[in-house]
Design a protein around this ligand. Structure first.
Ligand SMILES: Nc1ncnc2c1ncn2[C@@H]1O[C@H](COP(=O)(O)OP(=O)(O)O)[C@@H](O)[C@H]1O
Ligand SMILES: [Mg+2]
Length: 243
């Protein structure tokens, strides 16, 4: 993916959350974002997803600017898949219906065609047996894999993950990370916010350390995880890797 960000700023009620971020990346397949809580990671991701409009600045992904006007934003959102920490599945719908919903309502699939496509994805993520279950009957790892299947279903131009394993019991973390690693190996462009440093190190082509609304460090996984030069990054890694 190619990412050009110029002078990106976002505030909530006078509080600056992203301050004048500029970034130029090319030829990156997976971008990982790390940093302390409250540093602006989710806000940054929501802007990239077209869910939030910045006060200032411009984001150009693969040569196309993210629109700021609502009707074009709606079109833009169709081209990406986002996975949230909290799954965001509809509780009254089964796994397969959750995946079918955007296919039918946003992408114009017929019911049969959508079901077939959704069942194919469930099979791919080893979830066929759970197709007719509602989220309450699924484990956290299964729910998150359904959410990933839903995001992938629409063949997005890239995938955004916001702490996809933070709400999971530890035994379910690897089944979700395996799926993300698989998508990366397939060549899907992805941007991932995570606190799983070991995974971040393996899966990233490039990493950003977002702290207090600025990119405090950026570099290859070696530069960020193995030889961190920036002081705040060193402190952050020391803290999260302590135990
Ligand atoms: N919708 C919102 N309204 C007001 N403040 C917000 C909103 N979303 C985020 N913030 C604030 O912006 C800051 C950055 O939040 P966030 O982007 O969620 O950081 P991170 O994901 O790195 O933890 C936090 O101080 C948070 O309280
Ligand atoms: Mg967050």
């Amino acid at each position: 993916m190619k990412l050009d960000i110029r002078g990106l700023s976002k505030a909530f009620d006078e509080k600056k959350v992203l301050s004048d971020i500029s970034l130029h990346l090319d030829g990156i397949r997976s971008l990982v974002i790390i940093g302390p809580s409250g540093g602006g990671k989710s806000t940054f991701l929501r802007i990239l997803a077209g869910l939030l409009v910045p006060e200032a600045g411009e984001v150009i992904i693969n040569g196309k600017p993210i629109p700021t006007e609502e009707s074009s934003l709606r079109e833009y959102r169709k081209t990406m898949g986002m996975v949230f920490q909290s799954y965001n599945l509809f509780p009254h719908m089964t796994a397969v219906e959750n995946i079918m919903l955007p296919l039918v309502h946003v992408h114009g699939y017929g019911q049969e065609e959508a079901r077939e496509h959704a069942m194919g994805l469930l099979a791919r993520f080893q979830l066929s047996l759970h197709a007719e279950k509602k989220p309450a009957l699924l484990s956290g790892g299964q729910k998150q894999r359904v959410a990933i299947a839903r995001a992938v279903a629409v063949s997005p131009s890239f995938l955004l993950f916001d702490e996809p394993t933070s709400a999971l019991d530890p035994e379910f973390t690897s089944e979700v990370l395996d799926v993300i690693e698989e998508l990366r190996e397939e060549g899907k462009d992805l941007i991932l916010v995570t606190h799983e440093m070991g995974f971040a190190r393996i899966v990233s082509d490039y990493a950003l350390f977002l702290d207090e609304g600025t990119v405090a460090a950026a570099g290859t996984p070696e530069e960020i995880f193995d030889y961190p030069a920036e002081e705040r990054l060193r402190l952050f890694l020391a803290k999260v890797l302590k135990y």
